[in-house]
Structures are given as structure tokens and as C-alpha cells.
Ligand binder design. Structure first.
Ligand code: SR1
Ligand code: MG
Length: 422
């Protein structure tokens, strides 16, 4: 298949085009007539097919040469499949069992054939339906700690890290999407923006807020120039699949080298957005109160698992070029290494809060919004949760250095949700 020019797959041609690839027929069998093929992509960028046969199942994800959400007026390089493939195989090594196994990669066709997680559903939709997942926080906290630590100078040798950073630095267009849509567009009337007319006055207030704009740009600067680890790059609740008892992570096509707090911040923001949108999804008033508290518990556990695992890796796997054992433990200064660890975790925490605020703002004011809010048809009702998210975001971005604990942040989250004036 890789000898022919790129061509998008379709439900009609997929069997004929992939039916001779051994990695695929080993799983599905060679009788392509028996394959059940469905296009299920509901993301912003790609084609995604679920292919099932009596023998097995898999996912085929293929990049389109444009942004699916917008159409062919916004071209986007096919090379993003290459970066997603490279991110997936690194994540699989750094945190085995959490990401789909790659069965086949075809760079020319910009497609990845990978493990189909079933009966998993996108976490965002589970949260909207009020469904809990046991063990989720542990998987997400560990995933962040392991991928962020093991992809950094704390773990990697200098040549390996630089080669890897150079590889992902080529993902210019996807970085540009984040730099623009996430960090700049929300702060002025950019062409691709849209927002709920019911929050227009708050939007104007936020755009006039000089402290917010400057702090948001400090965070953009950190995102662009602090390539400390390989990030997932788009780690929201739409990039997580879950059942009642299992959690998996998908879709790292925005992978890049950036600051550790970016992935965790984006994830926490999406839980907080879900928290604020719950009353609008409730079957009757108050029906989601307990579920909202469960969401906050998950956030607390994600952060605590992250810190515990990161500290464990710091003590047992610090094999890279930073904070070398020769300078600390080997000099009888294990305490100095603990001091450095505590300070690094504080830095990551402050970045996490700041990037969470950035994500909350962009999902409400920029191009790509979240189903948590978008599925609420009544604009006035939707505006309630959106307003709460924006008020929280402003406090996080501007005040992130003065919020030392997650419980303090959650007091604020609850106060805002209860309608307290700030
Ligand atoms: C044009 S792409 C818009 C958004 O979709 C992706 O999922 C990323 O979140 C990106 O920012
Ligand atoms: Mg995605």
C-alpha cells in the first residue's frame, strides 16, 4: 500500500486496500467480505474506522490533508500520523498497557492500524452521562508521571533526548495550532473564535483584563520554549477511553516537547469543565451533586498519584543529565535531592494550574469547544457552567503562584460553582 500515492480510505475501499497486509489479516482474517467497517471519527482532524471480523477487531486512523472540523480551506500536513506513531511507541515503553498497541504504520498513507479498545467509551461522554470509572485516577496520574519523567532529561541520556526533541520539533503545524488556538486567539476577536452570546459581557471583560493577557502569554512563552519532556499534547477527556473498571489513553498526534504541567493542566481543566457542566446534564436538580464531588476526588487523586509516582521515579530512575546522583546522593546529600524534588513539584503544580486556566478559556472562547458544554442546547443554561469555568480560569492563570494545595483550589471551584462573587 505504501507504494501508491496518498488516498483517503472509505468504508467501501478499506477492505480492498488493507486486506493484503499481514499484520492486519493476522488479526481479522483474509475474508475482507466478512469485515464490518464503520467510520466513527468524531474528533476535529482525522478519519477513524472500526473494523471487526469474526476473528477480531482493530482501529484504522488516517490523517486527512485538512482540518476535518473546518474543511479543506484549512490544510494540515499528513505527517501528523508520523508524530502520533512515534509518540505512541514511546508512551507504550514508558507506561506499558495504557495506550493502544500499534499493529501497522504506513507513513505515505498517513495511517495507523492499532488496538481497538472495546467496550470502552470516550471518557468525556461517560462523565456527561454521570458514569464512574474505578481506578481511573491511578491510571491517569501514573501515566502523567511515567511519560513526563521518562521522556525528560531526568531520565534520558543527552544524545537520545536531543535527537528525540529534534524529531518532534518538526511537528510545526500542530504546535502552531496549539500556540494560536489555545494561547492567543481567545484573548482577542480572532476570526475562528466563537462563543455563547449569553457570556458576551464576561468575554469582553476578560479580553480587557491586562493581568490575564500578560500571564497567559507568560504561559505561552513557557509552552514554546521549555521543551522539558515529550508531552501527549492534547490530553483532555476526549483522549481517554474508559469502561466501569478500565482506563486507556489515545490520540497523541499533538505530541511535542514542552513543559510538564501542560498535559496535567489540560486534563484537570477538562474535569473541572465537566464538574461545572454537571447540573445541566442532571436528570433532576441535585441529581449530580454526589457525582460532582466524585469528579473533584478524582482530580485530587490524579495529582496525588502523580506526585507519588514522580517522586518514586526521581528516587529510583534518575539516570539522565539533570540532578545527577554524583552531585547529590553520592555526596551524602540525599536531602538536597529531596529539596530539589519538592521544588520541581511546586513548579509543575503552578504550571499545571496556569495551563488548566488556559484550557478552560480556550474551550469556551476559541475554535474547538467541548461537548460537555456544547451539548447543552439552552444557551442560558450553558452560560452558567461556562461562566463558572471562565471565572475559575482567570483565578488560576493570574493567581497560580498563590494556591499551594489542591484542596484550596477545590474550595475555590466549589465557591464559584455555588455562585459566590469573587
Ligand atoms: C483545529 S484542531 C482544534 C483542536 O482539536 C484538537 O483536538 C486539539 O485540541 C486542537 O486544539
Ligand atoms: Mg484528538
Amino acid at each position: 500500500m505504501s507504494d501508491i500515492a496518498y488516498e483517503p480510505l472509505s468504508v467501501e475501499n478499506l477492505g480492498a486496500r488493507l486486506g493484503t497486509i499481514t499484520a492486519i489479516t493476522d488479526l481479522l482474517g483474509t475474508d475482507t467480505q466478512s469485515w464490518d467497517i464503520k467510520e466513527v471519527g468524531d474528533g476535529n482532524l482525522n478519519l477513524v474506522f472500526v473494523v471487526k471480523s469474526p476473528a477480531g477487531s482493530l482501529i484504522v486512523k488516517q490523517a486527512l490533508p485538512y482540518v476535518r472540523l473546518v474543511g479543506d480551506s484549512w490544510p494540515l500536513p499528513l505527517k501528523r500520523a508520523f508524530f502520533e506513531y512515534h509518540a505512541l511507541i514511546r508512551q507504550a515503553k514508558r507506561d506499558p498497557g495504557t495506550v493502544p498497541e500499534v499493529y501497522h504504520f504506513d507513513e505515505q498513507q498517513a495511517l495507523i492500524v492499532m488496538e481497538y479498545f472495546t467496550p470502552h467509551k470516550i471518557l468525556r461522554y461517560r462523565l456527561m452521562a454521570g458514569e464512574k470509572t474505578e481506578g481511573m485516577a491511578k491510571v491517569l496520574g501514573n501515566f502523567c508521571a511515567r511519560t513526563l519523567f521518562r521522556g525528560s532529561d531526568l531520565s534520558m541520556k543527552t544524545a537520545e533526548k536531543k535527537a528525540d526533541a529534534a524529531l518532534f520539533l518538526q511537528s510545526v503545524e500542530l504546535c502552531d495550532i496549539t500556540e494560536t488556538l489555545v494561547f492567543s486567539d481567545p484573548y482577542f476577536k480572532a476570526e475562528r473564535n466563537h462563543h455563547n452570546p449569553e457570556i458576551d459581557s464576561l468575554v469582553q471583560t476578560l479580553r480587557r483584563d491586562v493581568d490575564l493577557k500578560v500571564e497567559a502569554h507568560h504561559l505561552k512563552s513557557k509552552f514554546c520554549s521549555n521543551g522539558e519532556t515529550m508531552l501527549h499534547g492534547d490530553f483532555h477527556t476526549g483522549s481517554v477511553m474508559a469502561t466501569d473498571t478500565e482506563t486507556k489513553i489515545i490520540d497523541p498526534e499533538f505530541a511535542l516537547y514542552g513543559p510538564m504541567g501542560f498535559d496535567i493542566g489540560m486534563l484537570l481543566a477538562n474535569f473541572w469543565m465537566s464538574y461545572y457542566s454537571q447540573p445541566a446534564h442532571a436528570e433532576k436538580p441535585g441529581a449530580r451533586d454526589a457525582f460532582q464531588e466524585w469528579i473533584l476526588q478524582q482530580v485530587e487523586e490524579i495529582w496525588s498519584v502523580f506526585c507519588t509516582e514522580f517522586a518514586h521515579l526521581w528516587r529510583t530512575e534518575r539516570t539522565g543529565i539533570l540532578y545527577e546522583h554524583t552531585l547529590y546522593e553520592d555526596q551524602g546529600q540525599a536531602l538536597a535531592s529531596e529539596q530539589a524534588l519538592a521544588q520541581r513539584l511546586t513548579d509543575i503544580w503552578q504550571d499545571t494550574l496556569g495551563f488548566a486556566g488556559i484550557e478552560l478559556i480556550r474551550r469556551t472562547l476559541s475554535l474547538a469547544h467541548n461537548a460537555d458544554n456544547e451539548a447543552i442546547g439552552d444557551e442560558k443554561l450553558r452560560a452558567v457552567g461556562e461562566t463558572h469555568g471562565l471565572l475559575l480560569a482567570r483565578e488560576l492563570v493570574v493567581g497560580r503562584r498563590g494556591m499551594p494545595s489542591i484542596s484550596q483550589v477545590h474550595d475555590l471551584v466549589r465557591q464559584i460553582g455555588a455562585g459566590a462573587a469573587l
